[in-house]
Design a protein around this ligand. Structure first.
Ligand code: C2G
Length: 134
C-alpha cells in the first residue's frame, strides 16, 4: 500500500486542485491531504479563506481521490507527518519546486507536479470582481 501526502489551502476548490489530487492519488493507493487550518492560513500564509476549514474539509472528503484529510497547522509538521502517516511519496504543485526536497531525508519520495495553468483562486476572485462587503 503506497501512501501519498499533499498539502494546501484548497479554498474555492477548482479543477486545478482536482487535477493535482487525481495525479497525486495515481502515484499510490492512499492519499492523505493536509489541509491548512484557518489560523495557519491567516497567521502564516496570509491567506483569507472564503470557506472555513470545516467547509473545505467536507469538500475534500467528497473527492474520490482523497482518503484522509488532516489539519496542516504549521510549516514544520511535514517531517513528522511522513512518519506518523507512513508516507512513501510527498507531492506538491511545481510552484513549490525544490522547497521540500529535505523530506527525502525522512525517506519519502518528493514529487512536484506541473500546476494547471490559467486557473487559481486569485484569478476566480478577480474575474468575479470580488469586492469587499461593506
Ligand atoms: N495547484 C495546481 N494548479 C493550480 C492551482 C493549485 O496544481 N492551478 C496545486 C498547488 O500547486 C498545490 C495544491 O494545488 O499543490 C493546493 O494549492 P493551494 O491551496 O494554493 O496550496 P498552497 O497555498 O500552495 O499551500 O505547506 C504547503 C502549503 O500548505 C501549500
Amino acid at each position: 500500500m503506497r501512501r501519498v501526502i499533499t498539502y494546501g489551502t484548497f479554498d474555492l476548490l477548482h479543477y486545478g486542485h482536482i487535477n493535482l489530487l487525481r495525479r497525486a492519488k495515481a502515484l499510490g493507493d492512499y492519499l492523505v491531504v493536509a489541509l491548512s487550518t484557518d489560523d495557519f492560513n491567516w497567521n502564516q500564509k496570509r491567506k483569507k479563506c472564503y470557506f472555513s476549514y470545516e467547509q473545505r474539509k467536507a469538500l475534500l472528503e467528497s473527492i474520490r481521490y482523497v482518503d484522509l484529510v488532516i489539519p496542516e497547522e504549521n510549516w514544520e509538521q511535514k517531517r513528522t507527518d511522513i512518519h506518523e502517516y507512513h508516507i512513501d511519496t510527498f507531492v506538491m504543485g511545481d510552484d513549490w519546486e525544490g522547497k521540500f526536497d529535505f523530506l527525502k531525508e525522512e525517506g519519502a519520495e518528493v514529487v512536484y507536479l506541473p500546476r494547471t495553468p490559467e486557473i487559481s483562486t486569485t484569478q476566480i476572485k478577480s474575474d468575479l470582481g470580488v469586492v469587499k462587503k461593506d
